[in-house]
Design a protein around this ligand. Sequence first.
Ligand code: FES
Length: 109
Amino acid sequence: MENIINITVEDRDGTTQTIEVPTDINLSLMEILKASEYDILATCGGMALCATCHIHILNGGDGLPAASDQELDMLDTLPDAATESRLACQLYLTDDHDGLRLKIKGTLQ
Ligand code: FES
């Protein structure tokens, strides 16, 4: 089906499931994850200021846009940041990201 992709999400406890993501609505990956009942604080509301939407891209992230300086600065503050780290609020998925796999890392406090 057009404008729907599947991504695989690994939660903090290792639980993994595949969710459908519409790509024709203007929602960030953070908003998509929250809408899919994942526990993400998103204290800053998606401004790249809180890092509670921290994720690791495990697979399929090649087509993602590079992180902005602001995103990189925020990721730099995290003890568990890695090269695959991103802020989900800064990402908008397209049809090219079908099959993406990610792990939720953001803290719950
Ligand atoms: S929601 Fe705060 S940095 Fe993404």
